[in-house]
Design a protein around this ligand. Structure first.
Ligand SMILES: [Zn+2]
Ligand SMILES: [Zn+2]
Length: 177
C-alpha cells in the first residue's frame, strides 16, 4: 500500500495539515506523514502573463521526488493554473503518484469575507481527499455531496461532504487491494 507524504511548499497553515493527518490515514488506510522540501523553489513555474503558477509543471517536479510506493501531495498558498482553466483548487492524475493543492482560493478573505480557518481547513480537507482519490484511481462522481464531485467554485465545495460516497469508497478499497 503506498504511503502518503504531504509536503507544504510556501504554505502558511502547516498546523492545519498536521491536524489532517490522522483522518487522511483512516480514510486511505495507510501511513500519512508531513514532509518538507526546504529548497523546492516554485519561481521557475510562475507564468508572468497569468500571474499564476503552472500546476502541471510542478507536478512533474514532485513526481521526481517520489521514492518507492508513495503518493506525494504538494500544498501551497500560491495561485495555480492549468492551461485549459482559469484556476484550479488542485490537480492530480488518475493513478498518478504526485498531486498538488492550492489554498489560495480556499481562504474566506479571498472573497471579501472575514477569515475563518475552520472553514479553510474543511475546504483543504476536501481538496486533499479529492486529489488523493484521483491518485488512487478514482474518477469524478456525480453523487450529491460526494467529495469526488468536480468543483469549480468554492460555494460548490462548501456543499460537498469531507468524505467519499459509499460507491467511491468501495471503489477506493477495490483499487487499493
Ligand atoms: Zn477532480
Ligand atoms: Zn462518489
Amino acid at each position: 500500500m503506498p504511503s502518503i507524504k504531504i509536503v507544504p511548499i510556501q504554505f502558511a497553515q502547516v498546523e492545519i495539515l498536521e491536524d489532517l493527518l490522522p483522518e487522511l490515514s483512516t480514510h486511505f488506510r495507510t501511513e500519512v506523514i508531513l514532509g518538507s522540501l526546504p529548497r523546492f523553489d516554485l519561481s521557475p513555474y510562475f507564468n508572468p502573463v497569468r500571474s499564476q503558477y503552472d500546476a502541471n509543471e510542478i507536478i512533474v517536479e514532485l513526481n521526481k521526488l517520489v521514492v518507492g510506493e508513495m503518493k506525494i501531495v504538494g500544498v501551497t498558498d500560491l495561485d495555480l493554473f492549468i492551461p485549459v482553466l482559469k484556476y484550479i483548487f488542485g490537480q492530480a492524475y488518475l493513478g498518478g503518484n504526485a498531486a498538488l493543492i492550492s489554498g489560495y482560493r480556499l481562504y474566506n478573505s479571498r472573497y471579501g469575507l472575514p477569515e475563518d480557518l475552520n472553514i479553510f481547513a474543511d475546504r483543504l480537507k476536501k481538496c486533499m481527499i479529492h486529489e488523493l482519490g484521483h491518485a488512487f484511481g478514482l474518477i469524478h462522481c456525480q453523487q450529491p455531496g460526494c467529495v469526488m464531485l468536480p468543483t469549480t467554485y468554492v460555494e460548490e465545495m462548501d456543499q460537498k461532504l469531507t468524505t467519499m460516497c459509499s460507491s467511491c469508497f468501495a471503489q477506493l478499497r477495490e483499487n487499493q487491494r
